[in-house]
Ligand binder design. Sequence first.
Ligand SMILES: NC(=O)C[C@H](N)C(=O)O
Length: 345
Amino acid sequence: MLCAATFAAAQSAPAAKPQVVVLATGGTIAGAGATAANSASYQAAKVPVDKLISGLPELANVASVRGEQVFQIASESFTNEHLLTLGKRVAALAAQADVNGIVVTHGTDTLEETAYFLHLTVRTDKPVVVVGSMRPGTALSADGALNLLNAVTVAGEASSRGKGVLVVMNDEIHTGRDVTKSINIRTEAFKSPWGPLGMVVEGKAYWFRAPVKRHTLNSEFDITKLGALPRVDIAYGSGNATDTAYKAFAAAGAKAIVHAGTGNGSVANAVVPALRELRAQGVQIVRSARVVGGGFVIRNAEQPDDQYDWVVAHDLNPQKARILTMLSLAQGADSKTLQRQFLEY
Ligand SMILES: NC(=O)C[C@H](N)C(=O)O
């Protein structure tokens, strides 16, 4: 039986805050410049996670937050090994009963690749939110503090569960599948070709749509079972194209080459014979598009994919196509399976 005093205390006790772990990997959100005017020239990956958290006391209002420094690097230097290490740590934390949500602080240059990788491989319905900033914390109008507060807010909200890996930047909530860095000198840098999922306004998430493609709990990929990732390279299409890069990547051991093609993943006449030859040797050829703002590659349009046994990346940009191709080939997929996965994930 509760005595009157205990009952009163229990009634007025504030609701327990969600437990959110911030996994820090570096980037501009941990960057520092020489002066407040330096918004574009600075050093990324300088400020440790404990300082990021203690510098933002508002975090304590939305969650009980603790940090872990996983790496301290600029995201252009992320390797497949970094993806595997980070993914395994996210999965381990997501499996803990005392963790409600996870935030990954990350450089913005390859943030969309890591977000998509986690979206495909971490089997959890707990919120995982990837966040970065376009300006270092030392700059005037730095965007990292609000981005981090918003990311922790979204990671701690029950309404974020089951929506896959999310990216919170500039007050918007994006799916890790669609989002891409679209400009490098503005805080409004991240766009999704099919629109954001929601907004964060004054500490509350507002949702407008949810992802329909397979991810996280409904994925056939599983980070806990992944040992190594095969080499997959990206070759860029342009006028006056040659086959040099494609052949060199294959000679260096690429198991697949993502063609960052012009338009509808089109391939120059000068390149087609080499790609057919590489496919005959066992290298998977994935046609993607370099189109900014949303490429959309249609099978057997532009090139006879059925005849050549090539794969189209659907609406995934080349860097996201590389992620899915690696995961698929790591499970020994053939071109049919890889094509199915490009339409399902
Ligand atoms: N805004 C940034 O975070 C850019 C930085 N080069 C990075 O990706 O680490």
